[in-house]
Every structure is written in C-alpha cells, then in structure tokens.
Ligand binder design. Structure first.
Ligand SMILES: Cc1cc2nc3c(=O)[nH]c(=O)nc-3n(C[C@H](O)[C@H](O)[C@H](O)COP(=O)(O)OP(=O)(O)OC[C@H]3O[C@@H](n4cnc5c(N)ncnc54)[C@H](O)[C@@H]3O)c2cc1C
Length: 376
C-alpha cells in the first residue's frame, strides 16, 4: 500500500474518520482486534429472532440535522424513544423521578436537600431532590455502578439525569431518536463500505508492520498504548447474564428497568430487548430475552466500558495525554483514547471534527486533542 493513514479501531470513532477521509479521496487502512467491525456499536440475533445489542443497549439520539442526515446514509432508523423505570418498593416507578412521584411520597411542599454549589455527585443529586428520594433511586444505584460512595464522584456525573416536572417520560428529549432498522452491525458495515479493514489484528502486537503510515489514528485505550507504564486508568463495565423465557410475552413494562435496591439482587438493571425492536415484529416472536447487568471493575482493555469519573483518574489521563500529544503523526482519540464517555452522536460529531483537522492539516501535530475547545 502506498501512502495511507492507519486507523486503529473500527468503532464509531474510527469508522466515521475513515468514512470522512475516504469520501475526500484519502487512502486509509482500518485495523481492529475484534472479529467484527463497529466496536461497541454492534448487535446480534438470539435464536428466537430477538436482536440483542452485544455491548449493552444503544439508543441513538441527536438534535443535529447534519448528524441525523449522516447516520441515515447508512440505514433507515425506526423511532425509538426509550422510557425507563426503576424498581422500588416492589413497584415500577418512572426514571428519571417525576415531581408527581415526589409529591405523592414526600408531600406537596418538598424541597431539594442541598443548596449551594455542589462539589460532588451526592451534593449535585441532592440539589435536585429530597434525601429520601435520593436514597431510594440514586444512592445505591450509583454505589452499584461505581463501587464507591457517591460523595467521592464528580458532580458532573449528575448532569445525566434530572427531576421531571412534566408528563414527558422519554429518557431524553432529542428531536431525532431511533435505532437502525437492520441493526447496528449492518449500520456499521455500511458506514465502512469501500474502506479496507483488517480484522483480528491487534495493532499493539505488530506496530512495526504499519510504520509507513502517514498518520496513525489510534482509538484504543490510551493507557494500553503506552503499556500502562504510568499506571492503569480505571474502568467499570457490565457483566451480562441473558435468560430466554419461552412462555412469556413481555416480562417487564419497558426495555430497561433499574434496580437500585441491593435487597432485590446485585444486578443494576434488567433489559428486555423485545421492547427495543419495532413493535409489529416483536409481537410475532415467541418468548422474550431478558438480560441482567452486574457492574464490575474491568481489567481487560477489550471490555472497558465506563471511564471512572474521579480526580485521580482524570489526572492520570492527563499525564498520558501530554505524552501522546508530543508524538508526531499520532492521534489518540475516541471514548477509550480520550478516556471519556461519548454518546454516539457526540462521538460522530467529534470524529467529523478530527477528520476535518486531518485533511486540512499540513503539519504533523494537526488533529491533536484539545478537550476544552472541541467537546460538545
Ligand atoms: C454500556 C454502554 C452503553 C451505551 N449506550 C449508548 C446509548 O444508548 N446511546 C449512545 O448514544 N451511546 C451509547 N454508548 C456510547 C457508544 O458506545 C460510544 O459512543 C461508541 O462506542 C464510541 O465509539 P469508539 O469508536 O470511540 O469506541 P469503541 O466502540 O470502543 O471502538 C474502539 C475499537 O477499537 C478497537 N481497538 C482497541 N484497541 C485496539 C488495538 N490495539 N488494535 C486494534 N483494534 C483496537 C476495539 O476493538 C474497538 O472495536 C454506550 C456505551 C456503553 C459502554
């Protein structure tokens, strides 16, 4: 192969960058150590015909017309606006918590339990709700998710939920929400159509073979790139146990039920995949598949899911980042490369920006990460 850019990782970040570069006539090679393209944006069929999102439920949403047009180049999307419940006090209650629930259980004159500028996750949560509600819905869920007291976590984490003042129970209110009609695996395959991809290839085990690449865009874990020599970044992930119930139509009221109460089992949530499929199709399927998710601290870089939201890990990431930015013609990016949770629309927007920088760049440093200026 003559002059080309090497893209390590065929997840959304690598695939969008590859697509954008190929569309403007650049030559690229994508390598991935998994046996399929798409990274965590992937699904497969259970023998019953139920589609399971292999790496956890993925709901696509965006407010951006350009992004919405981009994803629909590769698939039709059917509308899916997730509604979640939490299993508390033996019943299914809406999540995020609604003001009507708080009024029903606490009283009309309720107030948030914390006033002032929150300095951690617990304070940020209590600035939205009374203590009893926080303890029931948030505290033990968060403890299960991260395995540490919520007071030790970043206040920013609480930006992912709110208290609902209205009757709109959709998890998020983005203008466009949906799931690719033929699944995420097919969506990602189509995004990479015409792009050379080498699967089952771990770049870190054969770097020398790619030394002629003009630029290397690495979307794997940044700490692994450097052999973890400054220490490991911490990740939490889910272990998923799937169960097929042949004689049950639907087992729960919606696709995702949170399980904050430790007395109700160690799992953090239960997923029922049929709810996430087009209704007419799902109704014809016999039985249902539910998956219980148990959160664990993950040591295997291939299964990293959520970056750990605390200061210690943010500082360690920064030390790796400073080193990465000194290496010419190397760009480490994506959710693993930037040690940052990106929703799919954010990952796409970011990758488009990076691709523009790569194609517009003349110097070896172009495309370097600047979190402050570029994150959505
Ligand atoms: C549990 C979970 C649920 C999610 N749910 C949603 C959701 O509902 N909605 C939403 O918008 N977003 C969701 N996301 C976010 C979404 O998964 C990410 O935005 C997306 O995966 C980012 O893509 P990426 O390419 O950066 O990373 P990845 O998808 O992880 O891709 C990285 C790729 O790099 C490859 N790789 C790594 N190291 C090497 C190496 N050394 N050599 C070769 N290949 C390598 C990996 O095999 C992988 O294929 C969720 C994420 C998780 C973890």
């Amino acid at each position: 192969m003559g002059s080309y850019h090497l893209i390590v990782g065929s997840g959304l970040t690598g695939a969008v960058i590859a697509r954008q570069l190929v569309d403007v006539g650049e030559r690229v090679l994508v390598v991935d150590r998994r046996s399929h393209v798409g990274g965590n944006v992937h699904d497969h069929f259970h023998p019953s015909g139920i589609r399971i999102h292999t790496y956890g439920p993925h709901y696509f949403r965006t407010n951006d017309e350009g992004l919405w047009a981009f994803v629909r180049r590769f698939s039709v999307f059917y509308k899916y606006e997730p509604e979640l419940k939490s299993f508390v006090d033996g019943g299914f209650e809406n999540w995020p918590v609604t003001t009507s629930y708080i009024r029903r259980t606490i009283g009309e004159q309720w107030e948030p339990a914390f006033k002032g500028k929150p300095s951690n996750f617990e304070e940020a949560s209590l600035s939205m709700m009374p203590l009893a509600i926080y303890e029931k819905f948030v505290k033990s869920y968060t403890q299960k998710q991260w395995g540490v007291p919520p007071r030790t976590l970043s206040a920013d984490l609480a930006k992912r939920f709110d208290v609902r003042a209205d009757n709109d129970l959709r998890l998020v209110k983005h203008k466009h929400q949906g799931i690719p009609e033929n699944g995420y695996a097919e969506f990602m395959r189509r995004m990479l159509e015409g792009v050379p991809v080498l699967l089952n290839c771990d770049y870190l085990k054969c770097r020398e073979e790619f030394k002629l690449a003009q630029k290397t865009i690495f979307t794997g874990p940044i700490d692994e790139y450097f052999g973890f020599d400054l220490g490991r970044l911490k990740y939490r992930s889910q272990r998923r146990e799937h169960e097929y119930l042949p004689n049950v139509g639907f087992a729960q009221p919606c696709g995702q039920v949170n399980n904050p109460d430790p007395a109700n089992g160690p799992h953090i949530r239960t997923l029922e995949w049929k709810h996430m499929m087009p209704c007419d199709y799902a109704k014809q399927i016999r039985g249902t598949v539910i998956s219980r998710e148990m959160t664990i601290t993950q040591d295997n870089p291939n299964d990293y899911e959520y970056p750990f939201p605390d200061e210690t890990n943010a500082r360690l990431y920064q030390r790796y980042r400073e080193r990465a930015d000194l290496i010419p013609n190397l760009l480490i990016c994506g959710r693993l490369g930037e040690y940052r949770y990106y929703d799919m629309d954010q990952a796409i927007a970011r990758s488009m920006l990076l691709a523009r920088r790569i194609t517009g760049s003349k110097s070896g440093n172009a495309g370097k990460i600047n979190r402050q200026n570029t994150s959505k």
